[in-house]
Every structure is written in C-alpha cells, then in structure tokens.
Design a protein around this ligand. Structure first.
Ligand SMILES: Cc1cc2nc3c(=O)[nH]c(=O)nc-3n(C[C@H](O)[C@H](O)[C@H](O)COP(=O)(O)O)c2cc1C
Length: 317
C-alpha cells in the first residue's frame, strides 16, 4: 500500500525516538538546524493514553506541521490499549504509528512490554493486528532489537517480517547489551537479505552508533538498508542530518543562540511540567567544540533554573 514511507528517497534518515530528548521542543530545533526525512516521537505509554492522566500523556503527542512526516511511537503490553492508542495517533493526524518492541528498561520489560515482548509471538501477533485495526490505514511499523537470550534473530525477525509491516527498525544490539558494545551491523545486513527473500515490501531501517552522513552512506552501500535511524549521534553533532561529507564547524554564537531558543521553547511548551534537569542533556549537546566550552558547560551544569542560564549567557551573545 502507498504511504509516506514508500515515497522516500533512499537512504532516508530518521531521528530516533529518545525519551526526554526528542520531545516537541527538540524536534523544532532539529527542524531549524538540519532535519531528517522522518521524525519519531518519544515512546508514549498506551496504558497512559487510556488512563485518567491522559491529558499529560497527550502532550508527548504534540507536533507541528513542519515536523512531518512524523511517526508516533507507542508501547504497552495489552493489544486492546495499543489499539486505542493507535486510534488516538491516527486521529491526531500522525503519518504513522510505531510499536516499541525494543526498550530494555527493567520497568518496561517487567510489564511484558518493549523488549520484554521479544519472542512472545502470540501476544505480539495480536498486538500488531490490533494496532493496524486502530491505525485505520496509516502505516504501522515496529522498532526492535536483534534477539533476546534464548530467542534467535532468525526466529524473531523472521516472525516480524511475516506481519506485513510498512517498516522495521532494528537496533543492532540485544536488550542485555543495553547501549554497551558495538551495534552489530553485519547482523542487520543479514536481516536485509532475509527481508529480500520473504517480505520485499517491508522497509528495513538500520540503527546503532551512526554519527555522520559519511557513515549513513557507508551503511547504505555495504548493508543495503533502506534507511538509517540516528539517536545519540545528534548529541555530538546537532547538524548530523545535514547531507554533506564536509560538515562545517559552527561558531560559539550559533550554539548559544540555539541553546537560548531551546530554553524559551521549553518554558513555553512545558512550563513546570518537565523537570529542569532534563535540559542539562542539551547543555552538553550545544556547549561544545568552541573555545571555553568546557568551563561554560561546567557552570551551566550547576544551574537550577533557566534564568541562571540566561544570566551566564548574557555576556556571550
Ligand atoms: C536517552 C535515550 C532515550 C531513548 N528512548 C527511546 C524510546 O523512547 N524509544 C525507543 O524505541 N528507543 C529509545 N532509545 C533508543 C534509541 O532510539 C536508539 O535505538 C539507540 O540509542 C541506538 O541508536 P544510536 O546509537 O543512534 O543512539 C533511547 C535512547 C536514548 C539514548
């Protein structure tokens, strides 16, 4: 079936879902700097979307037109609440819905969700069918990891490839590895070969450790994936989605202007609803690669509110 995924030029690029990082605010900043072909929301609890605290959870599904195409990622353990979540995602006008089957967080896995579902064929088959029902025609994708303990990649990915998904993102690690070690791209390459034989319509998005446009091209040429998803690579280079082999070094003023815009938008969007500490990840992201960056970052890390940050930056812009 035709949908936005099928219209993308290859290799297409995707901003990874990252809890407390890729919120509405950061996605706006990424649009300002260098946008990927597709954006994902942070993972959103299907259970939360059906609970009395729904309003707060819905904030995770805020987006702007220029963030499109945008896919909402949902997680849960019950096919019924996942169907309801998919229906909400569709009603909110998202371009697609993604099922998280890879989160290795102990609390998520304990609830038989995220990577806790790897190898649970019966529930996952029902869940994908329910999400498709709720999604009413918008494309359904899955993001997962290679395998889990006694479950082999061949069995797990082979099973997912039979589910007629629009796209399958594979992070080249196991849940036990968390973020340690290197992502196994050779295994991702073998998954592409499996896909070619059994499910040519499902796009394969490779994920893990990619940090530049040069690496995107390298992975595409070597492993023939359709797209590349980048998460932490944007921490070391906010312009990581710029399609250039010769990235320019940005001056201090540019980084500081971005930081100030992020602060303003964060306050406007979240008020006191998100913890100030969440912003500190962004200080590390924007305060780098210029003279005096280390000292400046150290002082920003000690701040307790955004006014203190503005005070420190006042003389630098
Ligand atoms: C801070 C953080 C939050 C994350 N949150 C999510 C999430 O909400 N959903 C998800 O599927 N993966 C999540 N991930 C995993 C990333 O999407 C990605 O699969 C992983 O970081 C490997 O890709 P990378 O090497 O490009 O970062 C998160 C990773 C990080 C570092």
């Amino acid at each position: 079936m035709d949908n936005f995924w099928t219209k993308l030029d290859k290799p297409f690029t995707v901003l990874a879902p990252m809890e407390n990082v890729t919120d509405y605010v950061f996605r706006e900043i990424v649009c300002d700097l260098a946008r990927p072909d597709v954006m994902f929301t942070e993972f959103t609890s299907a259970h939360g979307l059906s609970s009395p605290g729904r309003e707060r959870v819905m904030k995770k599904l805020m987006y702007s037109k220029r963030q499109k195409p945008i896919v909402a990622q949902i997680w849960g353990s019950q096919p019924e609440s996942m169907e309801n979540a998919a229906a909400i995602v569709k009603a909110e006008g998202f371009d697609g819905v993604d099922i998280n089957l890879g989160c290795p967080d102990r609390n998520v896995m304990k609830k038989s969700a995220g990577a806790g579902l790897i190898g649970n064929y019966e529930v996952v088959e029902k869940m994908i069918a329910s999400v498709k029902k709720g999604a009413k025609g918008i494309p359904v994708s899955v993001k997962t990891r290679l395998r889990r303990k006694e479950v082999t990649t061949k069995d797990w990915i082979g099973f997912l490839l039979k589910q007629d998904l629009s796209a399958l993102t594979v992070h080249g690690r196991t849940p036990e590895q968390q973020s340690l070690g290197e992502a196994d791209w050779d295994e991702i390459g073998r998954i592409v070969e499996m896909r070619n034989k059994t499910s040519p319509k499902t796009l394969i998005i490779g994920n893990g450790d990619v940090k530049s446009y040069a690496e995107i091209l390298e992975k595409y040429n070597k492993y023939k994936i359709d797209g590349v998803m980048i998460g932490r690579g944007i921490f070391s280079n906010p312009w990581v989605f710029e399609k250039t082999l010769n990235p320019v070094v940005r001056p201090r003023e540019e980084y500081i202007a971005i930081l100030l815009r992020h602060l303003d938008l964060f306050e406007k969007t979240w008020g006191k609803k998100r913890n100030y500490a969440v912003l500190k990840k962004f200080f590390k992201m924007y305060v780098r690669s210029f003279d005096g960056a280390n000292e400046l970052r150290d002082s920003l890390m000690k701040t307790e509110n955004s006014n203190e940050v503005r005070e420190i930056l006042k003389n630098l812009v």
